[in-house]
Design a protein around this ligand. Sequence first.
Ligand code: KIV
Ligand code: ZN
Length: 527
Amino acid sequence: MSAKQTAPNNAPKGRDKDRVVIFDTTLRDGEQAPGASMNLEEKIKIALLLEEMGVDVIEAGFPIASVGDFEAVQEVASLVKNSSVCGLARCSRNDIDRAWEALKGAARPRIHTFMATSPLHMKFKLQMEPEQVHAAVIENVTHARNLCDDVEWSSEDGSRSDHDFLCRMVESAIKAGASTINIPDTVGYAVPEEYAALIRMVMNRVPNIDKATISVHCHNDLGLAVANSLAALGAGARQVECTINGLGERAGNASLEEIVMALKTRADAMPYKTGVDSEFITRASRLVSAITGFVVQPNKAIVGANAFAHESGIHQDGMLKHAGTYEIMTPASVGLNRSTLVMGKHSGRHAFKVKLKELGFEIGDNALNDAFRRFKALADRKKEVFDEDLVALVDDEIQHGHERLKFVSLQVIAGSKGPQSAELEMEIDGKPQVAKTTGNGPVDATFNAIKELVPHTAKLRLYQVNAVTEGTDAQAEVTVRLEEAGKTVNGQGADPDTLVASARAYLHALNKLLTKREKTAPAALRA
Ligand code: KIV
Ligand code: ZN
């Protein structure tokens, strides 16, 4: 019996012709950004949020690429019910079988298989003749379709492919069973009018094109990914592949939040609908940024810290008279709400719990008690506790809850007289340990103390500090990126004391490395 499952085809039909399918590839193309690695727990968190916000298709990974990718796709496939879950595969039997193995438990599985079609890629990368590429696509799309009802085929480097050849490939892929055809601008080379013309050409020339949804996947090398994607919608594409915060290879992919808000705000010029609830955008942006350590630039459209800030007197005056003078969309429409429940040192546990719920957190009693204790301590030290403070604090509590290496306390001597020293107390598998070390500055002294208690060879690849809110009493949110044996992990820590946040972030990254080591070590070596 075939392993086929019934999956809804996302192709918009009949009255839904203006519905645009939002395909999020934060967990696959986004993760390909150097340093943006995410662990299983983090991928699940992001996938569940994408599902909740109404993303149609979640590309959860490239199952043949690694055991971690396979497990992430499998886990996301088993948890997500309302979005299609997709796994990437080259046009090869092994890739496709592996992708299907990971996807087959999904309510709505999709196999996404790709093969390059540009002369440059075929000759130098694939070292195949066009006819061999053609045959491989037919054979592998057919195989994928025998396993799964929902198959997408991508013509990698489509925007630099020969038009006649591209049309032949698209026609054959549809005949072989692909119901979504993606024409990527893999290297971010296209310009909007040219890209729209390419999509229009495919729509006009491929005889069976009505049996598929045309998808676009644009990279941002020239800063045109969103413009190219929107231009392609005007030409008939009805799926956009994008990522939260525009995360992705090199200069990134088209940003989901910009696509969704452009369509929502300029429905008069672009009459297409998405199923995404835009009020989740800020949460999704913060989650992806916190997990990957990729800070969002302050002037980034939609999700930058300044996207809704009005500084100049003339603008502020205009805003006070009518918000529409300088604001084309409301902060609330992207989920930037200033809530009415203000938290301070007199707030009780119940109000704290209600507030966390408002911010989208539902945590167990133990984590809630720990978070509440930390909130009280924070409120004693800080005049105003903002929503951002609570998000950072609870994220920190969730991330550090069940770790083998736990921060207990830190005492640092800093300043110009030197030597700077640190006394760190931590628990290793529940046992208290203390180290006293010096270093070239307080951060170095702190990290040396950690190294003394947990000897390791991982290299520090990123150390980054962000203020969660304004003011000198703001919490610091620190990201530490460590690399060991070609594996990269990101750790985060938050605290009003930058050095404590640094120690927490370093330990968070080390905990992740320990988990990775346990997973890759043969069973006999595991603790
Ligand atoms: O950029 C690209 O061409 C891709 C394909 C695998 C869709 O990511
Ligand atoms: Zn890509």
